[in-house]
Write a protein that binds this ligand. Sequence first.
Ligand SMILES: [Zn+2]
Length: 151
Amino acid sequence: MAITDKIYVKNHRQLSSQLETNIPKGAFKGATLDILFQGEGLEKLDDATRDRVLDFAQDFLDCACDDNPYCGCPERKFIRYLLELRAQGLGPDAIVDVMSDDYMLYAYSGDVLSFLDDGVRTLEAAEGLARVERANEKCNEIRDAKHDLAK
Ligand SMILES: [Zn+2]
């Protein structure tokens, strides 16, 4: 399961009752994305909640793909967001705090930790491959990315 399958809407019961519709707990579930993408009923949300929901839609669902929000961009962008927080030196717990402040989302820090570990392993494999191919520049680039991740 991808990390984006383990990102949840905080207070999703409360959100569902404000929207008067049942939204799934998973932030990247089709039905959740649909509601966010169509923006239907969002005026029923309280201000603080609506701001975060709109921020999420703006930051992750803003691509021009025909099959938006099912094009994979939202997931890719969210993963980039996680990696950027990591590159700023945040650990799994802090990353969960930030996503909760930014977008009213949460995840289990253990899931974030294994996502970051997987990332490091993937980069290690890529680094080894670049070394074999004597692609030095690529190799350095990957090593830098790995250091950001493993801070
Ligand atoms: Zn897209």
